[in-house]
Design a protein. Structure first.
Length: 220
């Protein structure tokens, strides 16, 4: 646990595999929102008791803002957007903001087949597969089409989905990791180079490198 004296305390799981934990952690690091970090080893036999010491919901991540507990990744991002309106957590343009929230909600509630078949493993480099069950293939095609659409419509002035880094990028960072780990040829799913470039952008962030370094340290 870091001791920054921050007003926020973020409880997360293992950095190699906890995709939901990555989302608020990445956003807070990228936007320089200070927080104290509490790490739960999800491989521990008593992990459920450890988590419940921080949240009765029994899942990570959890954000504590003083005595206020906010759980669920998307709820945390929304709370931070309300708390820090000057940071541009959502795009300022009304249409872009609506689409950013839509694609983030779709990520939050969908893509179950992809999540089950391709669990996040930030440190893995040798799990490439040439084919997946059709529901997974459908999920991959949908992700790539979303990235192409948002980049073409809203992102041309920058490198992220909506030009500047936003909550939508935090929501899709674990998906970028999954595709990097498991899908060697994105063109099979309709990528025109946009998805590959976006994955490179996500992994080019120093905050993603810091997360991966933390995952490596946890595995040592």
């Amino acid at each position: 646990m870091s001791m920054s004296g921050a007003n926020y305390r973020l409880v997360i799981g293992n950095k190699n595999t906890s995709s939901w934990s990555l989302r608020p952690w990445l956003l807070m690091k990228r936007l320089a929102i200070p927080f104290d970090e509490v790490n739960i080893n999800l491989r521990d036999a008593d992990r459920a008791d450890q988590i419940k010491a921080h949240s009765p919901a029994g899942k990570v991540p959890v954000l504590w803002a003083g005595d206020l507990m906010v759980w669920d990744s998307l709820a945390i991002l929304e709370y931070l957007a309300d708390k820090h309106p000057d940071l541009g957590i959502w795009p300022s343009d009304l249409a872009a903001r609506a689409i950013a929230r839509s694609v983030s909600a779709e990520m939050h509630s969908g893509f179950q087949a992809l999540r089950e078949a391709c669990p996040m493993s930030i440190l893995s480099t040798s799990r490439h597969q040439d084919a997946f069950p059709e529901p997974v293939e459908d999920n991959i095609r949908r992700v790539i089409s979303l990235w192409i659409e948002t980049r073409n419509r809203f992102g041309k002035s920058g490198r992220f989905l909506f030009a500047k880094f936003s909550a939508a990028d935090a929501m899709y960072a674990p998906v970028a990791s999954r595709l990097k780990t498991y899908v060697p040829d994105l063109t099979r799913y309709g990528d025109d180079g946009t998805a590959k470039a976006y994955i490179d952008t996500v992994f080019g962030m120093p905050e993603m490198a810091a997360w991966a370094n933390g995952a490596q340290a946890e595995m040592a």
